[in-house]
Design a protein around this ligand. Structure first.
Ligand code: FAD
Length: 404
């Protein structure tokens, strides 16, 4: 049973209906099955199939391409509910959402018409790839290259790392160095839309030269695969440069950073979702478990923990929605998206740890849901820019906005 903590919901009718629908889906389909897929570390195919039927792969894709055409704010509410169920489920749609954003904002008409209808139904899923074995935070340091051949196609070479949905995706939006001499380096980077065969470890035919090594073994965030990608002579046609060659070559870094802004709102919503679930588990357990002759919830020290969790969570939810609303209104929200990501991911981790403490020894048992949350939550401190990187973004933007 979900426990409502937010009295001031401030949702439109559509937002309320859709979040209620996703909340019910999480209660009935995700939460009861998450333990099984987490323990097996297997892809939750039946849940993903139902998400396709609910249209959740096309939430932000315009109706003309078969999606729901909803805004980032509504998407963030949906992600919060999915993550309350299990953050791996939101991971299945997260990179897909970033890929659709890149297409909608920068894609050519041909690229939109070719990819978006298939992405709206979930027929193909998208991955998003910046990181490499030696590079994460410092994106300008990537080494993978794209070289234009005499036949006009681009040859991609290099190794990518930590690609969420790296195996099951049918398309990867990948950042490559197209001009190694560019100074500063970001001006020589291009985003390529690389198609592949979903679930194929070695691609053949037109997709040859893109191989997926075995998935990385992780402490949490199981079920959704994280992989390396090896580009070894992969041929990418010129019409698969994001935005087309004329507009897109050399623009990849700027396009990807723009997408990370919405990605950060998305991760913030995941932090709120996992924190909300941790709070619900703590509220329930603390009223069931007795020590010294009364439920532990009657001890003030436990009440303080619940109060801090709920208070911080509410603040994180509000900042997340504010960042989403600003982006929807067409305002710059880099500062707010950074704040939302920082606050909400740290709050998610805080709530999970406090809930874990409230569970006492049972929190350490795999039979209790909080054990999974404890392994899942730290990812949010890392993905889409670490907390240190968010602080750097926030500090830099503050100084830019308040320059004397
Ligand atoms: C499960 C998982 C899924 C992921 N999915 C994707 C994906 O789909 N696509 C993708 O492209 N990437 C993905 N990533 C990669 C992720 O974005 C990076 O791990 C993250 O950006 C951090 O990079 P790094 O791991 O190389 O750490 P590093 O950049 O090496 O940083 C190491 C430490 O140094 C700190 N640090 C770095 N620079 C500074 C600085 N200037 N000042 C202060 N501190 C600093 C960092 O905060 C961190 O604490 C995923 C990662 C994980 C774990």
């Amino acid at each position: 049973m979900a426990v409502e903590t937010a009295a001031y919901a401030e949702q439109t009718d559509i937002q309320r209906d859709i979040t209620e629908m996703v909340r019910q889906f999480a209660d009935e389909q995700i939460i009861p099955n998450a333990e099984k897929y987490d323990h097996e570390d297997s892809f939750p195919e039946p849940i993903v199939e139902q998400m396709k039927e609910l249209g959740l792969f096309g939430v932000t894709i315009p109706e003309e391409y078969g999606g729901m055409g909803l805004d980032l704010t509504t998407y963030a509410m949906i992600v919060e509910e999915l993550s309350r169920g299990w953050i791996s489920i939101s991971g299945v749609v997260n990179t897909h959402f970033i890929g659709s954003y890149l297409l909608m904002k920068f894609g050519t008409e041909e690229q939109k018409e070719y990819f978006l209808p298939k992405m709206a139904t979930g027929e193909i899923r998208a991955a998003f790839s910046l990181s490499e074995p030696e590079v994460g935070s410092d994106v300008q340091g990537i080494k993978a290259t794209a070289k234009k051949g005499e036949d006009g196609a681009w040859e991609l070479n290099g190794q990518k790392m930590w690609v969420t949905n790296g195996l099951g995706s049918g398309v990867v939006f990948v950042l490559m160095k197209s001009d190694p001499k560019a100074d500063p380096p970001y001006k020589g980077m291009t985003c390529f839309i690389t198609e592949k065969e979903p679930w194929a470890e070695e691609n053949e035919g037109e997709f040859a030269g893109l191989n997926v090594p075995p998935k990385i073994k992780k402490m949490g965030y199981k079920g959704v695969e994280s992989t390396e990608l090896v580009y070894d002579g992969y041929r990418c046609p010129p019409e698969r440069v994001l935005g087309g060659e004329e507009a897109g070559v050399g623009q990849g870094f700027i396009q990807m950073m723009d997408a990370l802004e919405v990605g950060r709102v998305n991760v913030a919503a995941r932090g709120v979702g996992i924190g909300q679930r941790a709070l619900e588990l703590a509220l329930r357990y603390s009223q069931e478990r007795k020590t010294f002759g009364k439920p532990i919830a009657a001890h003030q020290a436990i009440q303080f923990k619940l109060a801090d969790m709920a208070t911080r969570l509410e603040a994180a939810r509000l900042v997340t929605r504010k960042a989403a609303r600003m982006k929807d209104a067409g305002e710059r929200s880099d500062l707010e998206a950074g704040m939302a990501k920082l606050l909400a991911s740290e709050t998610g981790k805080f709530c999970v740890e406090e809930s874990f403490r409230i569970h006492g020894g049972y929190g350490y048992s795999k039979e209790y849901e909080i054990e999974r949350l404890y392994r899942d939550a730290p990812l949010l401190l890392i993905g889409e820019g670490t907390s240190e990187i968010q602080r750097m973004v926030i500090g830099k933007k503050l100084l830019q906005r308040h320059k004397i």
